[in-house]
Design a protein around this ligand. Structure first.
Ligand code: NAP
Length: 373
């Protein structure tokens, strides 16, 4: 066995962010636990959030300190202060990944996984060996590789979670922004399968084509002069009054609410406080870290909130969550298929040029870490 290696990110009170690979002890499984030899893990926007600690990747450089070569970035004083609870803590990075179970502690559940390929999540996945409770692993179906199962949790469960949330809250259709993302493509396939109206909002013409090519019916580009009209037409056609917004900063959430209100109020009498139909935007991502601007030109029955996968799974309870996970496992090669533009090593994650490229979070540019290189 190779020595264990772990990728960590440490924010210093000075605002310096240190990204480093450190050797660590080989994990030993206890009762009900397994050790997974990690093979593959995706580099998601959320992983970059933890890695960069809001530092500008443009500042990344390789430096040698205490005989070790590490990567250092510089965060601005405001964000560094806002994250002081993580000062001087070497945080392990990597939300999810997949590999092979190489040792298992006592207990039937753990022993049954020995030798199996599993998808796992829970942080610290950018490592060679990761220990966890057997109950938290998802056994991959025969014939599914670790690379195919490496991103089985975050995006698939979020896409499913949007639909579950929509139904739980009595909505019937959805709006989604940054919709050409890998998550957006999954949501588009899901909505098509389940005959749910979906308004996809993107920002470039090629993303309109991409989503149409996988069957999306309503795709509006903020880069198009007809965006407002296109959005209104799509909202009229679908009746969507619930949006999931991955962007956050800026005016888009407000524009969506205003368009929803225009559709909801159309044809009715004048009402001082607007229509009484509930309109809601969940901001579930931070692709733009700027302030959210709300113009409040959409009556009084509206809501803007945050949405996060983990509290959602907690709310729906273990049985319902397990059903969603099993659905994902069965559709990893279809509905939830992931494509990667680059395969990189653990060492590559410390390369300043690689970090700058990944930080663009551009459509079709998802990176997969090969953790055995
Ligand atoms: N809340 C949760 O629990 C949860 C769970 C999973 C994922 N997420 C969030 O879901 C989002 C999508 O994740 P992913 O892995 O699917 O992403 P991805 O595949 O890396 O795609 C990112 C997409 O965002 C677009 N984009 C990037 N910066 C943008 C900006 N400033 N304004 C508008 N569009 C922008 C890109 O389009 P361009 O090519 O035009 O740049 C691209 O289509 C992320 O924000 C992630 O954090 C949240």
């Amino acid at each position: 066995m190779m020595a264990n290696l772990q990728l960590t990110s440490t924010l210093r009170p000075s605002g310096e962010v240190e990204i480093a690979l450190a050797e660590s002890a080989m994990p030993e499984p206890g009762e009900g636990e397994i050790v997974v030899e990690m093979i593959a893990a995706p580099l998601h926007p959320t992983d970059m959030g933890l890695l960069f600690a809001a530092a500008d990747p443009g500042t990344a450089e390789r430096v040698t300190r205490d005989g070790r070569t590490i990567t250092v970035l510089q965060a601005a004083p405001g964000p560094a202060m806002a994250q002081r609870r993580r000062w001087d803590k070497a945080l392990p990075v990597g939300t999810e990944g997949a590999g092979r179970v190489v040792s298992a502690g006592p207990g039937d559940e753990a022993q049954a996984l020995l030798g199996r390929f599993v998808a796992i999540w829970g942080g610290g996945m950018y490592t060679r060996y990761r220990k966890l409770r057997a109950a938290d692993a998802l056994a991959l179906p025969d014939g599914t590789s670790a690379a195919e199962g490496a991103a089985a949790f975050v995006n698939p469960l979020t896409a499913l979670g949007m639909i579950e949330t929509m139904r739980d809250e009595g909505f019937t259709a959805l709006v989604h922004t940054a919709a050409a993302s890998t998550l957006g493509q999954m949501l588009s396939r899901l909505c098509e399968q389940e005959k749910i109206g979906l308004v996809n909002i993107v920002r470039q013409p090629e993303q309109v084509e991409l989503l149409r090519s996988i069957g999306a019916e309503h795709v509006c580009s903020t880069g198009s002069p007809s965006f407002e009209e296109d959005l209104l037409a799509a909202l009229r056609a679908t009746g969507a009054t619930l949006a999931f917004d991955a962007i956050g900063g800026g005016r888009l959430a407000s524009q969506i609410l205003a368009a929803m209100e225009q559709v909801c109020a159309a044809g009715g009498d004048f009402r001082m406080y607007g229509s009484d139909i509930s309109k809601k935007v969940y901001i579930y991502g931070g692709l733009d870290r700027g302030p959210v601007e709300l113009f409040r030109n959409y009556g009084s029955v509206w809501d803007v909130g945050g949405w996060l996968l983990f509290p959602f799974l907690k709310r729906i309870g273990p049985e319902r969550a397990e059903r969603l996970k099993q659905r994902v496992a069965g559709e990893l090669k279809s509905t939830f298929v992931m494509t990667y533009s680059q395969r990189i090593s653990l060492q590559d994650v410390c390369d300043p040029e690689m970090l700058r490229a990944a930080a663009r979070k551009a459509t079709g540019e998802k990176y997969l870490l090969n953790l055995q290189r």
